[in-house]
Design a binder for this molecule. Structure first.
Ligand code: C2E
Ligand code: MG
Ligand code: MG
Length: 435
């Protein structure tokens, strides 16, 4: 799509103020589907890094970065090819005969030299996405270009083509997120399953881990491993955790009322702790159901420690002060290292199933788990092994004095009724959840 300059700039409103390039509206006005042609989308940097740049050198110089990026791109492509400034950090242009790998390589190479902001050299971190221009919908083509540029960034390759499969997965994620709020309100879409943990020495059940389930009216059962990380990227994680807390604590209250001695373990996202007042919120819910804090375990992943955020550490301490026990979930998969392990604000270490599943077949994994149990005990942590799938793994962990275990060998997660049957807790009425 080659547009004479007077046509490209016919309206000043359709020109970007910073770079002087035609903007997204102009792209929409100019775009016509062209089989065989391709759109190339270039993003100059991760938005997060651009924010850091603005914070360090201010808006004016950061604008220099965008301007310098546009000029650098101009050097690499034919003068009669229009470059559109699509968004703050993104530029697009069309290649009538398809994207040439040499051209894309050339663009990557010329951006290896830093751009200049004021007099400060700043490295760009470009991503290049390529999308076909067959579709008559200009906004779809732009979105496909942005999706491809995102894939390029995620893969670490020099450039990426639009991939319908990854795009569909993203779209599904977006759809799920937009339905999550109504699922929380709906009463019949979310429920908790419970998986027992056992004292390995005695074989007695010690606690029940509440695991969230979502039955979507169209998509069917959706794994928490899919929707919880999505919710964690948005503020939805707060009402979602509130729902889990209320329902799990209501169940804990129903067990306590029947004199059933069973702790309840609840998964909490590290993001929940970044909001001041979380410990208070938990205390209120426990109070509401008359549940003893010492019967509650809150499971966090190691990500909770990475930020070293003052609020997070204060909230963790406040939770522990009430008598709640803190477990570090999926231990060994994240970022925790030996400097953390000496002073974790936690009581329990849950060794991740990826280690436990290998202890019978991989001597080195067995050695790591055994040493980790010994080390944790010396540092006064109780140890839980998750993902016990065989009698052999159970026996090994028991011989290594691991305190508790959880896994399909003993029981998968079950709905409340089947859980009660499995543990012979029959006749516990369903809890009444107060909202
Ligand atoms: P998690 O907290 O580490 O939970 C253990 C996961 O391992 C569960 O998957 C459980 O079904 C599975 N599992 C248990 N025993 C075995 C075993 O022997 N073999 C194998 N292969 N798997 C086993 P699930 O229920 O799909 O949950 C996945 C993750 O989703 C959880 O990992 C947790 O991180 C998150 N999640 C679940 N419910 C909640 C929730 O209410 N809130 C939050 N924030 N996260 C949740
Ligand atoms: Mg857990
Ligand atoms: Mg886990």
């Amino acid at each position: 799509m080659t547009i004479p300059p007077e046509r490209a700039f016919f309206s000043p409103a359709w020109r970007d103020q910073i770079t002087g390039l035609p903007n997204r509206q102009q792209f929409f006005a100019d775009y016509k589907p062209m089989p065989g042609a391709q759109l190339v989308m270039l993003t100059l940097a991760e938005p997060k890094h651009f924010d850091e740049l603005m914070r360090a050198i201010g808006h004016e110089y950061a604008e220099d970065f965008t301007r310098a990026g546009a000029l650098r791109l101009r050097e690499a492509i034919e003068p009669d090819t229009n470059i559109y400034h699509i968004g703050n950090l993104s530029f697009a242009f069309l290649l009538p005969h398809g994207a040439m790998p040499e051209l894309l390589q050339n663009i990557t190479d010329i951006f290896n030299k830093p751009l200049t902001c004021g007099r400060i050299p700043v490295s760009a971190d470009i991503a290049l996405g390529v999308a076909d221009c067959q579709d008559s919908d200009a906004s779809f083509v732009l979105r496909a270009g942005i999706a491809a540029a995102r894939d390029c960034r995620d893969s670490g390759h020099d450039w990426a083509r639009y991939n319908r499969k990854t795009d569909t997965a993203h779209q599904r994620g977006f759809l799920l997120l937009s339905h999550l709020n109504s699922a929380i309100q709906a009463h019949d879409q979310l429920c908790l399953h419970f998986q027992p943990k056992y004292a390995l020495k005695t074989g007695e059940p010690t606690s029940a881990e509440a695991l969230l389930r979502w039955r979507h009216p169209v998509f069917g059962n959706i794994s928490p491993a899919e929707f919880v990380p999505l919710a964690e990227t948005t503020a939805h994680i707060h009402p979602l955790t509130d729902w889990v807390l209320r329902n799990a604590v209501a169940q804990a209250g129903a067990w306590a009322a029947k004199n059933i001695r069973l702790n309840t373990a609840i998964n909490i996202s590290p993001r929940n702790l970044t909001r001041r007042g979380f410990a208070n919120q938990v205390a209120k819910i426990l109070n509401c159901y008359g549940v003893d804090p010492s019967s509650i375990e809150l499971e966090f992943t190691e990500g909770v420690l990475v930020s070293n955020d003052v609020v997070v550490l204060e909230e963790l301490r406040a939770l522990r002060d009430t008598g709640i026990r803190i477990a570090l979930d999926d231990f060994g998969t994240g970022f925790a290292n030996f400097s953390y392990i000496t002073h974790l604000p936690a009581d329990i270490i849950k060794i991740d199933k990826s280690f436990i599943q290998r202890i019978c077949t991989d001597e080195r994994a067995a050695m790591v788990v055994r040493s980790l149990i010994e080390l944790s005990h010396k540092l006064d942590y109780s140890v839980v092994a998750e993902g016990i799938e065989t009698a052999k793994a159970y026996d090994l962990l028991k011989s290594w004095h691991c305190n508790e275990g959880q896994g399909f060998f003993m029981s998968p997660p079950l709905d409340a009724a089947r859980f009660a049957k499995k543990l012979n807790l029959d006749s516990v009425p369903l809890p009444l959840v107060i909202s």
